[in-house]
Design a protein around this ligand. Structure first.
Ligand SMILES: Cc1ncc(COP(=O)(O)O)c(C=O)c1O
Length: 362
């Protein structure tokens, strides 16, 4: 007799993180996971080191200090915040708390892969709404959602496309959904977007009880290793997430480093400035090679390759890896002809452009 998991679990294709290895190359450049090119805040690293003498203690299960620091930095109410082991965990918890088997979940066509995992883990049915020019299309989402959708997941901006929709469009989406549908705004890359028509959705979540925003410390704060995220929303939803989270889901190193990081505005500004400069460089240079680059407001670019033998995404990927440059295939998103490259340091970005230039000339 074999012990069977719940129906549908074995259909899940496990999430494959960005590779960090290039066979035969000692110190490859990793541009496959949208990590922060500048590392992390020195204050965060110091705070983490300082807690080494407390490793035998359990952390504060409510992450009170961290929630207060987030609230202070962002002008929010601490009781409307819940922290998680990465925003990933918060997305999973939303599924665990709200989805029944058979429920409908809607995402945008190239929505972040974790939404699919969440839906499948819960036995929910995932519907993807077609995008236009690699951008979420509110009308298509509304049409796909109808009256019977439990959750709409919207990454704004989205990974792997790097595109965003303006606040007015997010509001139009919310207004068009029934109040029985929870709108999850995943704003993992929000801090990189410094455009007047963009909002992470915090105001919307403050105004309405059917919106929740998830955020992460993995990107602008450069703390991916610590696995730290937070969600902001109506007290009723936050209360539900507190009930389903593990009692100590956020570890003490994350609490200490996160508290220091959220107050380090200088590091955040420097990271966003660096990103603005180098995302523009990558787009311009790679575009100059005749490759289409989707306009990105994130710390990565999506590069489209032709199907011409010798010039395909798979061949480019293999070539770059052979040169010690690891970027990300996005075939699991239904984008077999594209690769996603994270913005790196100046030297890394220049190396990527040089290698791609050689590849296109070969
Ligand atoms: C759109 C989006 N949402 C959420 C996450 C999860 O981030 P984390 O779990 O590190 O907070 C990522 C990570 O790449 C992402 O790209």
């Amino acid at each position: 007799m074999s012990i069977e998991p719940r129906a549908g679990i074995l259909d899940i294709r496990p999430y494959k993180p960005g590779s960090s290895e290039a066979p035969g190359i000692a110190n490859p450049v990793k541009l496959s996971s949208n990590e922060n090119a500048l590392g992390c805040s020195a204050k965060a690293a110091e705070a983490m080191t300082a807690m080494a003498s407390k490793l035998h203690l359990y952390p504060d299960g409510g992450a009170t200090k961290l929630r207060q620091a987030i609230a202070d930095a962002e002008g929010l109410e601490a009781e409307n915040i819940v922290c998680g082991t990465g925003s990933d965990e918060l997305l999973q918890l939303l599924g665990r708390a709200y989805l029944n088997p058979g429920d409908k979940v809607v995402q945008s066509q190239y929505g972040f892969l974790v939404y699919r995992l969440v839906a499948m883990q819960c036995g929910a049915q995932l519907v993807s709404a077609p995008e236009r020019d690699y951008r979420s299309d509110v009308d298509a989402i509304l049409e796909a959602a109808g009256d019977d959708t439990k959750i709409v997941f919207l990454a704004n901006p989205n990974n792997p496309t790097g595109t965003y929709i303006p606040d007015a469009e997010v509001r139009r989406l919310r207004d068009g959904l029934p109040s029985s549908t929870l709108l999850v705004l995943d704003a993992a890359y929000a801090e990189f977007v410094r455009l007047p028509d963009y909002e992470a959705g915090i105001e919307l979540a403050r105004e309405r009880d059917d919106v929740i925003v998830t955020r992460t410390f993995s990107k602008i704060h450069g703390l991916a290793a610590l696995r730290l995220g937070w969600a902001y929303g109506n007290k009723a939803i936050i209360d539900v997430l507190h009930r389903v989270r593990g009692p100590f889901n956020v570890n003490m190193a994350a609490i200490e480093a996160g508290t220091a990081a959220i107050g380090d505005h200088e590091f955040q500004t420097r990271s966003a400035d660096h990103n603005d400069e180098w995302v523009a460089y990558l787009r311009q240079q790679i575009g100059g090679l005749g490759l289409e680059v989707t306009p990105s407001v994130c710390n990565f670019v999506l590069i489209h390759f032709p199907e011409t033998p010798g010039r395909t995404a798979a061949e480019a990927d293999a070539y770059l890896t052979s040169k010690g440059l690891i970027i990300r295939g996005v075939e699991p998103y239904g984008l077999p002809n594209a690769l996603r490259a994270t913005v790196g340091t100046e030297a890394e970005n220049r190396r990527l452009v040089e290698a791609l230039t050689d590849f296109m000339k070969a």
